[in-house]
Every structure is written in C-alpha cells, then in structure tokens.
Design a protein around this ligand. Structure first.
Ligand code: ZN
Length: 224
C-alpha cells in the first residue's frame, strides 16, 4: 500500500474513534503506513520479468535509507570531490548468469547467489562522476566512501578479505557478514540503526543520475 490509496485502505480498516476527523489524522495515518512498510518490507528472489536497475526505489527500503545516508555523509565530508551515484541496485537472475559467463571472469556468483538478485535489492553498486560529468575511477574515492559505510549501518565490499569489491555495499548485519544464503532463506538482515535516524535524513539528491559513457572501462567487477 502506498500514498493515498494506502491511507484510504488503512482508514477503512481503522477503529471508529480514529475516523472522527479523518482529514486531521491523515498525516499521522500516512506516517504509520510508512513505518509499517519499513517494518514489514520483505524480499524474495527476483524474476527476469523485473528489469535490472540502478534506481534507488528498487532497493529494500532499509537499504534506500542507508544509501541516502551514505551519500549525505560523503557530501558533508568531501563536498568538492567527485560525486557517487548508483550503477546497480537490482540485477535480475538472467543478467547475473550473463555476467557469470563472461570471460575474463567478472563474478563468481550465479543467479541467486548475489544480494543484488533479491527484490527489493539488498545491495547496491556505485561509481563516481566528476563535476564535468565524466566518470572518475580514482580508487581513493571508493575508499573514502567505503570508510563511511559502518557509520550508516552498511558493509563495504572493499573491506572484504578474500575479494575487494569496492563499488559494492550491503547490510552491515551487526558486523556479521550477510550472505546470499541468508537472503535465499528469507532471513532479514539485522538493522542496527533506525532507518529514520537523524543521520539518515536530509540526504542530497545525487542518485539516479545518468551514467556518462565516455568509453572508459570502469573496471567494476560487478562481483557480488
Ligand atoms: Zn555489488
């Protein structure tokens, strides 16, 4: 349920006393629904009918909040640096298998073995854009952004021991690695910060910007 439609459904099912002045209560009702969506958001293995995406809205709501908080924290700390933007949120199973088959190898994950393959997605990848719109693959940018991940309840692929996946972010899960098997089994990540916490609001609108294809091989292993 979303927006007004959700509010109407909520009001239809509400107790009579809350209907004394539905208009006055509307904001509260909408807020409750929004909170319920955060609490009840579930995910499942995605299908090929859903196109792969780099839209924020295709992330799990908890991950949306953390992504925005991450970008906001980066903007606050490095206001003059190249800006991060999303390159992948949901990746459907067919595209995952296409990536798996690539030579040279770009990923060890088959369909279902990546947190990107669940919907809404439990992982996102980023790249950086210079002020002139060109892509910026300076590894230091990824390091700067990645170091902020724990402060917004995220785990950064660049911090992994076995394989460094610098563009990749996923749930911190209380500092216990959250696996695709967890996602497959429907185990919700541990969210140790409230999605609406002060550090997670007032994010700038720097997501969903177009990727500038300037022929640069971005080197993103698109790994996990
Ligand atoms: Zn990734």
């Amino acid at each position: 349920m979303r927006g007004i439609e959700g509010a109407v459904k909520f009001l239809e099912g509400a107790k009579p006393e809350s209907l004394d002045d539905p208009i006055a209560n509307l904001d509260d009702q909408l807020r409750k629904i929004s909170e319920q969506q955060f609490m009840m958001a579930t995910f499942t293995l995605g299908t090929n009918e859903t196109p792969s995406s780099r839209n924020l809205s295709d992330l799990h709501p908890q991950m949306q909040a953390r992504c925005l908080a991450l970008f906001a924290a980066y903007e606050e700390k490095y206001p003059a640096a190249s800006k991060p933007f999303l390159t992948q949120t949901y990746r459907n199973p067919a595209d995952q298998d296409t990536d798996f088959a690539k030579v040279p190898k770009v990923t060890n994950a088959r369909a279902g073995e990546s947190l990107h393959n669940y919907y809404p997605a439990l992982a996102f990848d980023v790249a950086f854009k210079k002020a002139d719109g060109g892509l910026d693959w300076d590894p230091g940018l990824f390091d700067h952004l990645g170091c902020l991940a724990p402060s917004v309840d995220l785990n950064w692929g660049g911090s992994w021991h076995s394989f460094h996946d610098k563009p990749h972010f996923q749930p911190a899960n209380g500092n216990v690695m959250y696996s695709w098997e967890n996602a497959r089994d429907g185990v919700e990540p541990v969210w140790t910060q409230e999605a609406g916490a002060p550090s997670m609001v007032n994010a700038p609108s720097m997501v969903n910007e177009p990727i500038v294809n300037n022929g640069v091989d971005h080197g993103n292993p698109a790994a996990i």
